[in-house]
Design a protein around this ligand. Structure first.
Ligand SMILES: Nc1ncnc2c1ncn2[C@@H]1O[C@H](COP(=O)(O)OP(=O)(O)OP(=O)(O)O)[C@@H](O)[C@H]1O
Ligand SMILES: [Mg+2]
Length: 471
């Protein structure tokens, strides 16, 4: 039952009670983490993951009720069980009001405890499954969600309307954060396939060796760990649309299999021989320069032509002029409602500052900047002081880059800069190659290749056994 569950956090100021709960739960197969105060529990909650919290109502410092209140506002999905000294209806009501999912009066029988914990485990599993389901399905969007009056953006909305109802394959290009996913979701939403599945798959987020079976499925026993037959995402998307995000990160052998599928619509599951056919519309996107990737022979040119029937190129935000202000207003309204804040407009100096920034992270960066500004703002207008120090950031980057070049060849300088960036990211990400690759928008494979080329050690590389859990 407790397989794959994170530990239970037990909060009680009496040592004996903590230990006896630990023993009882351990015998049922649950792992525990013990805490003697609410204050300490909150620290643990902020850094580790738990599937539920069991707390005594009366604790040394902050009470169990207060603890539950804080948990409810910060981790609303975390199930909690309150232990009270006496069984009175009043205490029960108070526990539930404070946010407990259940309560037990001391002394209680082990079965009562197990029953309550099992209910919480069930709830945890359900929430996790829902989250997994949401992550699998792509988000269907509408044209109104694509903000922008720059001619290029009007053109894109127009083209979505024209292309969506056809079955044409679509390639969406553009820098990171320019809205590629939004466009893909709108194309499906306006297509005749909108009543059927919209499946999104991020080719960069799935380890190379698993992506093929994720896309095309596998037969039982196809490889170690393939305990039963699994349908692929293409089958899941039958009659609907599949969105292959970060397509440039797909390995060459898989590109070949995708190409065969695009040519005649048929494929076989991994380890299978039966030819299967599905009716799927394909949308692909990447923020890489595909022309370059084709030249470097990391992306197949024939596949590119198959996918690139209709091409969308999303302009960088810095090329969209006054759309910056329009989008800033839009995000301001969006977050203001969610956060219940008073600021309703941007001060003129703030708009000015936004317009003069060059937005390397595009719309996503702007969205984050506005969200942060709203959190910081205390007046009714967003002041420039609530924005990050863009100019200084940029000038710092510039001087560093120029210093790097002084006295060295360009190749050496670039190599050194690249090494510094990777080292910095390794430290920031606890030396996990997976997370470094993610933050630098590379595949793990590409990251390893670069590090080898730069003579960097791969000391903390996890062994092959960890490959699957690492992602
Ligand atoms: N024109 C727009 N109007 C409103 N919101 C936008 C627009 N463009 C992008 N966004 C928002 O900006 C964020 C980034 O967009 P999206 O995820 O579509 O970018 P992307 O091009 O797929 O980036 P990446 O290459 O990094 O995956 C999202 O929150 C999206 O809703
Ligand atoms: Mg995207």
């Amino acid at each position: 039952m407790s397989l794959h569950l994170p530990p239970v956090l037990v909060v009680d100021d009496e040592k004996n009670m903590r230990l006896s709960l630990q023993t009882m739960l351990r015998d049922e197969g649950y792992t525990t983490r013990l805490s003697e105060s609410a204050e300490n529990a909150l620290e643990l909650l902020a850094t580790e993951s738990f599937f539920m919290v069991i707390t005594d109502a009366r604790l040394g410092g902050m009470s169990g009720y207060e603890l539950l209140g804080k948990i409810r506002s910060r981790w609303p999905d975390l199930p909690t069980l309150m232990l009270t000294a006496y069984a009175t209806p009043k205490l029960a009501v108070e526990a539930i009001k404070a946010g407990a999912m259940d309560y037990l009066a001391k002394p209680f029988a082990p079965e009562e405890l197990f029953h309550a914990v099992a209910r919480c485990a069930e709830r945890h599993k359900l929430l996790r499954e829902n989250a997994a389901l949401r992550a699998r399905a792509g988000e269907v969007t509408s044209l109104e969600q694509i903000i922008g009056e720059a001619p290029a953006m009007r053109g894109i909305r127009q083209m979505i309307q024209t292309v969506a109802p056809t079955d044409a394959r679509v390639m969406i290009l553009g820098e990171s954060g320019t809205g590629k996913e939004l466009v893909a979701g709108a194309i499906h939403g306006l297509s005749q396939r909108r009543g059927n599945n919209y499946v999104r798959i991020n080719c960069a987020a799935i380890p190379e060796n698993l992506l093929e079976s994720e896309l095309f499925g596998h037969e039982k026993g196809a490889f170690t760990g393939a305990l039963r037959q699994k349908l692929g995402r293409f089958e899941e998307a039958d009659q609907g649309t599949i969105f292959l995000d970060e397509i440039a990160d797909m390995s060459k052998p898989l590109q070949a299999k995708l190409l065969r599928f695009l040519e005649d619509g048929s494929f076989t599951r991994v380890g299978g021989t039966q030819e299967l056919k599905v009716d799927v519309r394909l949308i692909a996107a990447t923020n890489r320069n595909l022309t370059q990737a084709i030249q470097d022979e990391t992306f197949r040119e024939d596949l590119y032509h198959r996918l690139n029937v209709v091409q969308f190129h999303l302009p960088a935000l810095r090329e969209r002029g006054a759309d910056v202000a329009l989008l800033a207003d839009y995000f301001l309204k969006l977050f203001r409602l969610k956060m219940n804040k008073n600021a309703t407009t941007l001060a003129p100096a703030t708009s000015q500052k936004l317009l003069s920034h060059n937005w390397p992270g595009n719309v996503r960066e702007l969205r984050n900047v506005i969200e942060r500004a709203l959190i910081l703002e205390t007046t009714r207008e967003i002041q420039p002081a609530s924005l990050p120090e863009f100019e200084r950031d940029q000038s710092r980057q510039k001087t560093q880059a120029i210093q790097a070049i002084a006295g060295e060849s360009l190749d050496d300088a670039l190599g050194r800069l690249e090494r510094e960036i990777i080292n910095h990211s390794l430290e920031a990400n606890g030396f996990s190659l997976t997370r470094v690759a993610e933050s630098l928008k590379l595949t793990r494979h590409a990251l390893r290749y670069r590090m080898q080329r730069l003579n960097m050690k791969l000391a903390s590389e996890p062994g092959p056994g960890r490959e699957n859990t690492d992602f």
